[in-house]
Design a binder for this molecule. Structure first.
Ligand SMILES: *Cc1c(COP(=O)(O)O)cnc(C)c1O
Length: 430
């Protein structure tokens, strides 16, 4: 598969049926797997042989779909998780313990911010949040001797800022730690963070990868390039014996290419069980088969909608990184010349009250907390997900009170524009 283009990988990577086998990825709906001898099974438990024994740890259907995402990102190993939240939790917790410290971009998905700032803090892991626009010197200052990773989103949800992945990777490596990138919004179709120096990539597959609002899921992919042994003291979980696995040293036994995902599977999946169901993985794979086609349409629609919004005097501001003049336009062109994502945000004259009335008038776009669906959806965070915040608190969180997040689906762009226009006409704002 390596020599094929990403479009071909979307359709075919991860599963190559043999003679007489099912053409489509089979759903292996089984919690457990049968062995002839206890000795055979023992080898699996000792990680001496690879194979399946219990679907909390690994399942063939999930592994086939993980292998496809691994191929799309250009990694060496990958695992599916129950959600994007689980993926980001595992990605960090796999290399950080109580007493450790993480540097993270501040403009990230609200759920991830809460996971880091509240829940993982309770577990004893400290976080320093830095501006996604931070300079090298500002980033340097955030590091401590116990820093274990740097985290950011390629395109932040919902702020839509574009991260300078190359810079963040350079600084992370200078301090001997990996860069973890949540690549949910662009997907590997539009950006492959490993090509810019990132070491680990995470996804909420719930978004564009699934693309049909069918199944919640997540994924972690390893580039296989971070040299854990070269920073032995920082990552004892990978470079010293694991007593819960008969003294295995992951980085020695599985090398740079396999250590990180093997440890996350053997320890974190075993103990936390944030596993994806084979049925969900099957839905995810159906989405992946058309990801390359859908992303192009999502991005094209977003630019057309953003251009229309820019031209309508009733709209006060528009954010779309692919739109010339956007603060992140140059960064978007560097990292995502083919397109960014289908999400745009904007404000309407009249602010908060008008935003709610406007959304009620939409006929195609539905009000949802979701994004990245084939069907257009929109959200007014100030009256929904962020409604407990005051206007001042909203601004501090990077969400202005008038902000409407508009996730362009794959319908016809003219229909979407006409829907917005008629909804504005009903408002009688001039
Ligand atoms: C939605 C989202 C998540 C969380 O994913 P779930 O699948 O909802 O758990 C994480 N990161 C980003 C960028 C997201 O958009």
């Amino acid at each position: 598969m390596d020599n094929y283009s990403i479009d071909t990988k979307c359709v075919q990577a991860g599963y190559t049926p043999g003679n007489g086998e099912p053409r489509e990825i089979p759903i292996i709906q089984s919690t457990t797997f049968k062995y002839s001898t206890s000795e055979d099974m023992g080898k699996l438990f000792d990680l001496e042989a690879s194979g399946y024994f219990y679907s909390r740890l690994q399942n063939p259907t999930c592994d086939m779909v993980a292998a496809k995402i691994c191929a799309l990102e250009g990694g060496t190993a990958a695992m599916l998780t129950s959600s994007g939240q689980a993926a980001n939790f595992f990605a960090i917790f796999n290399i950080a313990n109580a007493g450790d410290h993480i540097v993270s971009a501040s403009s990230i998905y609200g759920g991830t911010f809460n996971l880091f700032n509240v829940t993982m803090r309770k577990m004893g892991i400290e976080f320093t949040f830095v501006s996604p626009d931070a300079t090298e010197e500002e980033l340097d200052k955030a590091f401590r001797p116990n820093t274990k990773a740097v985290f950011g989103e390629t395109i932040a949800n919902p702020a839509l800022c574009v991260l300078d992945i190359e810079l963040f990777a350079k600084v992370a490596h200078k301090h001997g730690v990996p860069l973890v990138i949540d690549n949910t919004f662009p997907t590997p179709i539009n950006c492959r963070p490993f090509e810019w120096g990132a070491d680990i990539v995470t996804h909420s597959t719930t978004k564009y990868m699934d693309g049909h609002a069918s199944a919640v899921g997540g994924c972690i992919v390893d580039s296989g390039r971070f040299d854990w042994m070269a920073h032995k003291d920082k990552f004892p979980g990978l470079t010293t014996p694991d007593d819960s696995y008969h003294g295995i040293v992951y980085a020695e036994k599985f090398g740079k290419e396999g250590a990180y995902i093997t440890k996350a599977t053997a320890q974190l999946m075993r103990d936390f069980g944030c596993t994806q169901s084979p049925q969900s993985a099957y839905y995810l794979n159906l989405g992946l088969e058309s990801l390359h086609l859908r992303m192009a349409k999502h991005c094209d629609n977003a630019v057309k909608v953003a251009n229309y919004l820019k031209s309508d005097p009733r709209i006060t501001w528009v954010t779309c990184p692919s739109l010339e003049g956007d603060k992140y336009y140059d960064m978007a062109m560097k990292y995502m010349p083919k397109g960014t994502c289908g999400v745009v945000s904007f404000g309407i004259k009249g602010g908060r009250q008008v935003a709610e009335a406007f959304m009620k008038n939409l006929k195609i776009a539905a009000i949802e907390t979701h994004v990245a669906d084939a069907r257009t959806c929109c959200l007014h965070p100030a009256s929904a997900t962020h409604r407990q915040l005051s206007d001042d608190q909203l601004v501090a969180a990077g969400v202005s009170p008038d902000l409407i997040r508009f996730s362009c689906g794959i319908e016809d762009a003219e229909d979407l524009i006409n829907d917005i226009r008629q909804a504005l006409d009903c408002l009688e704002v001039k």
